[in-house]
Design a protein around this ligand. Sequence first.
Ligand code: IPM
Ligand code: MG
Length: 355
Amino acid sequence: MSEINIGVIGGDGIGPEVTAEAMKVLDAAAAVYGFKVRRTVYPFGSEHYFKTEEIFPDAAFEEVKGLDAIYLGAIGDPRAPVGLIEYGIIAKMRFELDLYINLRPIKLYDERLCPLKGKGPEDVDMLIIRENTEGAYTGMHGFCHKGQADEVATQTMVYTRMGVERAIRFAFDAARERNKKKTVTLIDKANAVRAHDLWTRTFARVAEEYPDIKTDHAYVDAACMWMVKNPEWFDVAVTTNLFGDIVTDLGAMLQGGMGIAASGNLHPGRVSLFEPIHGSAPKHAGKNVASPVAAIMAVSMLLDYTGQKEAGRAIESTIAGLLSSGRLKGVGTGAHPTNEVGDMVVAELEAIAAV
Ligand code: IPM
Ligand code: MG
């Protein structure tokens, strides 16, 4: 029996609650589709940091390098210094495990979840490829005359030909594999951020190798507009780290909100990280009101990545079915008690096994 070896970080706020539901679904999928899950649970997050001053110790970090995948619930606590835990856990994994692709599918499963008038599942089905190791997020920043009236703050955006090219190439491959509109849209701001010319040139060069794939381009401000006005124009889009962060929150709203959007941080062929894209939502923590659907969708993506494609697809179609039949009343906060959602999905998966 094949086995997948994963690390699990429940994290902060609603993270542990939604992770518990996700793990219920993972175990059920393993039983139904006949694979084993080996799990190492890590206590990392803000609470652990407050107690121990430990963020992500070296020994654990070495250990995760040998896993197939890492699952993360959510990180962030308003009591911790801004960015400390995010950089110490999420960004550390993205950068030091070289998880250069942030894969963010935006797919609407039921018209009622979409805030746009007259748009349905056939209109909202896109894949955003967010470059995940460069851009404005590399941490190259500084201040001078700190606290003075003439203070200056800078942050450098970093783009390498290699980093840009591998993200763009991934996008073209994804468009081919999806086999939908066979279009890749480059989202940048090359008219104002002149360093994005590297993206423009690299995109054109890589596109030549994919004559079967159409290309499109949108400046990020226009892309936000088109995503709302004509989401059906998008198939695969590739963009920088910062813009990808922003447009995927916008995209999440098109598919029903942060309660459903999941992501994979990938280095193809190596240990990769899967997480709902929402944060820790501290004000909803511990109340059994958070939607675990995004967390469950992250399991679906993890299984797809680790070779259990059938199980991954079954979870996705189960969620889609529960939403379109109305049994799952939505993916907003309070739509369902958190702990019942995992049970509903498990029951559906077990029903598949029974036929
Ligand atoms: C995301 C999050 C992170 C990011 C934060 C928590 C650092 O917003 O995964 O989109 O900005 O990348
Ligand atoms: Mg974000």
